[in-house]
Write a protein that binds this ligand. Structure first.
Ligand SMILES: *Cc1c(COP(=O)(O)O)cnc(C)c1O
Length: 354
């Protein structure tokens, strides 16, 4: 049995996510891959409709900070199909704020998926070439911050994926919520598994697992870059969290009896596939499998890759001693539509493969 979670203290927060999100069993898929240790899914794809996914949990703390600084404009960045940019743009409109998105890549001729919703939200959008985007990103932010300052507006910058010291609180809170559900459902998870892209969800869960006393391993399934990159990014984000919120952080660490230096990210990078947002056919098959066996919609950029990786590990028996494995469904449904042509039934005269 798990003890109730330690009582954590938090900085300013806005209630934006529809939470608690359900924690549900995945018994048919578990049977399908021959795993009988207990497989569960934390439905963070249900944190909202157009605001759904993991980013809204981080935005609860980021936007509270922006408001405390009297910001008028939210500036953030990402790929053209960024879920984070879509959530930020629609949230800004919901709160009567302005939003400016810095998107990596060319403006698509046809607006689909997330970028369609970005356009509907009325956000200003600047497209920048992929080459050099990361290197020039700081100067793009500075340019637009100065631009708004000249108009007497205060702009608040949110980094890629909302992953920074402030954003980490989102999944510390998410882990506290999960802990409560495990207590009431009688689960003692050994592993939490999540897709990892900018590291903030992985870092928040890693910290949250230690701070709440849940004490399970957090496995980040990389969807880009490599394990070394994520292990370093998670360490940096946790260090920034500690530096920025020292009294709160110290208090939480002390109650849990853990020290930041004990915490180490665990990342698997063998399911990245060809590139960020490019997936192999077996990922698309896993997306179909999850939809048909469990009624879940995964996406080819994040959750499909990560869940495919988890199923491969379960099939291979490398998690045979694991118990009550919890996969975090981080959302991403709008990323399915722009990649519709990749599904096998689209190359099969309309016949669905069974
Ligand atoms: C952003 C995103 C992730 C990755 O989360 P990070 O905190 O950026 O690592 C996973 N899944 C979906 C659907 C996302 O949009």
């Amino acid at each position: 049995m798990l003890n109730p979670a330690n009582t954590l203290v938090y900085p300013a927060r806005m209630a934006l996510a529809h939470a608690p999100t359900p924690l549900q069993p995945l018994s048919r898929i578990a049977r399908h891959v021959g795993f009988d240790g207990g497989l569960w899914i934390k439905r963070d794809d249900l944190t909202g409709s157009h605001l759904s996914g993991n980013k809204i949990r981080k935005l609860e703390f980021l936007v509270a900070e922006a408001k405390s600084q009297n910001a008028d404009v939210l500036i953030t960045c990402g790929g053209v199909q960024s879920n984070h940019c879509r959530a930020t743009a629609l949230l800004a409109a919901q709160l009567g704020m302005r939003c400016h998105l810095l998107l990596r890549g060319e403006e698509p001729a046809e607006k689909d998926g997330n970028v369609l919703l970005d356009c509907l939200s009325g956000a200003s959008i600047s497209y920048y070439p992929s080459a050099g985007f990361q290197r020039n990103l700081d100067s793009y932010f500075k340019h637009w911050q100065a631009y708004y300052a000249e108009q007497g507006l205060r702009a608040y910058g949110i980094p890629t994926g909302g992953s920074n010291g402030t954003g980490l609180w989102g999944y510390i809170a998410g882990t506290e919520e999960l802990h409560g559900q495990c207590v009431s459902q009688g689960l003692v998870p050994s592993h939490i598994v999540t897709a990892t892209g900018s590291g903030g969800t992985q870092a928040g869960l890693t910290l949250g697992s230690a701070l709440t006393g849940l004490g399970c391993k957090v496995l980040g399934m990389a969807v880009c870059d490599d394990a070394a990159w994520f292990n370093r990014k998670v360490a940096e984000d946790m260090a920034e969290w500690f530096q920025q919120f020292t009294p709160l952080a110290e208090r939480n660490l002390e109650v849990a009896g853990v020290s930041l230096s004990d915490l180490q990210a665990i990342t698997l990078d063998n399911y990245v596939g060809p590139a960020y947002a490019v997936a192999d056919p077996d990922v698309f098959e896993t997306i179909q499998l999850a939809a048909s066996l469990e009624g879940l919609v995964l996406d080819p950029v994040y959750t499909g890759k990560a869940f495919h990786g988890l199923l491969q590990e379960l099939r291979a028996g490398s998690l045979r001693h694991a118990r009550d494995v919890v996969f975090v469904h981080t959302g991403g449904i709008f990323g399915v539509f722009p990649q519709r042509a990749q599904f096998a039934f689209n190359n099969n005269n309309g016949e669905t493969k069974k």
